[in-house]
Write a protein that binds this ligand. Structure first.
Ligand code: 4AD
Ligand code: MG
Length: 500
């Protein structure tokens, strides 16, 4: 009977066949331990040398990493083993051989791993991340479908900018320039006037020239849009939505999150109500003593850790070169050294940047946008996510609703995830007044002719409305506790990176 590793608990004592790949192998001359993965999980399969296994025991001992194999044997419960089961092998078939698999358990540089991304995501860590991604995507659709939103697919070829014109990708459309969609928002605005509550969900594109931990050039965004809604209505949906995402991954992906080392107690604290700050209040926090103190503490802690790592590295280097050291010990040290050096590189960059971030925060201009480091500060000072509202008009998109009591501000909202993850949601109430919207289009130097259809929405039954966009990859990085966004998408696209 063919079984999936994730279902082995219901096959204890039975003979099953696994169809998978060899993740790792070790042997002791008389026993070969094959760690097999089948896409649903990992299971140790034990081949003992016996009359029955004679025909394949030697080949089992020599199987290359990532060989495709069918393994037959009896399932035993063993809580000490990964996945909680073990299989005593009685039959083995090599379906597709693999020799000299390029990704071994020796350290590899990040560039190498991402050039081999088509193989890299077979690894346990990448597998765990992408399993959480699949849950996240399912919950995104599920949340809006359950709550009366109609899915409206929006075009990817867009005739005009939806967000800042400086991040447009231009495509030759039969001799005419069009752009890859930066957002589906303008189209869901049209759709909400037909359906009331709608959402779009798909890939979006931004020519981001910066290589940061938070930016991709191709990312997935879900954008709900609601007719007859003001800023507070938008915020209430965003808050409820985030809580349901967190609950769902906690329910379905605990083993993956634990494997990734995520502190689950932090996710369990994600409850309503979230914090709320106006941009002006955020400015006060940035310029205030708590922000400065936190960064100065960071600087001290990180500098101390740098010294500690330098010592550790020197010790391990000496040990690696010492006489009589066994190969497995050497391999272990090499891995530890690689990890330490990576940590050191990161720390050195941080320590270089912190004084600059202290200055930026201290001199924060309350008429300016929050920079990446400012978002990090605000989000680290709060355990729950923080909504920041009412940004200066000049640093936000043309479509945002001008605030009634302070026209220099807009009714917008960014949601900053905790633990320094920064913005995961950007949204707003939309300008529904034709004249104000036109004057904003002119102010931004955009061509009103490109937006005629969008302006029609303000001519024929305009109503207050609004929505937001949530970036899947930034959200996933936060949920999984990852340092870099590149691991959150199967095939990341960044400046200078589009292979494979
Ligand atoms: O704040 P943004 O630019 O908002 C919009 O696009 C609006 N049209 C959304 C709306 O109101 N319907 O982007 C929304 C989110 C960000 O908060 C972030 O999570 C993600 O999209 N995002 C990116 N993710 C990865 N790489 C990038 N370059 C991103 N740019 C935005
Ligand atoms: Mg934004």
């Amino acid at each position: 009977m063919i079984a999936l590793i994730k279902d082995l608990h219901s096959h204890v004592g039975q003979a099953v066949t696994l169809q998978g790949w060899l993740y790792h192998r070790r042997d002791s001359g008389k026993i070969a331990f094959l760690l097999v993965r089948d896409g649903s999980g990992l299971c140790q399969c034990v081949v003992s040398k016996s009359e029955q296994t004679e025909s394949f025991f030697e080949s089992a001992r020599r199987l290359g990493q990532e060989s495709a194999i069918r393994v037959t044997g009896t399932v035993r419960a063993d809580p000490k083993q990964v996945g909680g089961h073990e299989i005593d092998v009685s039959g083995l078939e090599v379906v597709g051989a693999s020799e000299n698999y390029p990704i071994t358990n020796k350290p590899h540089g990040i560039d190498f791993l991402f050039k081999n991304r088509h193989l890299h995501f077979r690894s346990r860590r990448q597998w765990a991340i992408l399993k959480v991604r699949a849950t996240l995507v399912d919950e995104i659709r599920g949340y809006f479908n359950r709550n009366g939103f109609t899915l409206i697919d929006t075009p990817i070829f867009a005739p005009a900018a939806g967000e800042g014109a400086q991040t447009l990708f231009t495509v030759d459309y039969f001799g005419e320039p069009v752009y890859l969609a930066q957002t589906g928002q303008l189209y869901v605005e049209a759709a909400c006037m037909a359906f009331g509550k709608v959402y779009c969900f798909g890939p979006t594109f931004r020519a981001e020239k910066s290589k940061t931990r938070r930016h991709l050039t191709e990312f997935w965004m879900v954008e709900p849009e609601i007719a007859y809604a003001e800023l507070d209505d938008v915020i209430a949906v965003a808050e409820d939505f985030i809580c349901s995402i967190v609950q769902r991954v906690l329910k379905d992906n605990r083993p993956e999150l634990e494997f990734l080392g995520r502190d689950l107690s932090k996710l369990e604290k994600i409850q309503k109500p979230f914090n709320r700050l106006t941009h002006k209040e955020a400015a006060d926090i940035l310029r205030g003593p708590r922000a400065k103190e936190m960064l100065e503490n960071d600087l001290a802690t990180k500098s101390a850790r740098i010294e500690e790592i330098k010592k550790l590295v020197a010790e391990k280097e000496a040990k690696e070169k010492s006489q009589g050291i066994k190969q497995w010990e050497k391999d272990k040290i090499v891995q530890e050294l690689a990890d330490l050096r990576e940590e050191l590189d990161d720390l050195q960059v941080d320590v270089q940047n912190i004084p600059h971030h202290i200055k930026l925060a201290a001199s924060f201009d309350e008429n300016g946008d929050l920079g990446g480091s400012d978002e990090t500060i605000i989000s680290r000072l709060h355990e729950r996510p923080t909504f920041v509202t009412h940004y200066p008009r000049g640093c936000k998109a043309f479509y945002m609703k001008q605030n009634a009591s302070d026209p220099t501000r807009v009714n917008n909202v960014d949601l900053l995830a905790p633990d320094g993850y920064g913005e995961i949601i950007g949204g707003s109430q939309r300008e529904e007044n034709l004249d104000v919207l036109l004057s904003r289009i002119h102010e931004e130097g955009l061509n009103p002719a490109d937006y005629e259809w969008y302006l029609d929405l303000r001519r024929y039954g305009t109503v207050p409305h609004g929505g937001f966009g949530l970036g899947v990859e930034r959200t996933l990085a936060w949920l999984c506790g990852l340092k870099h966004i590149r691991e959150t998408i199967p095939f990341p696209r960044m400046m200078g990176k589009f292979y494979p």
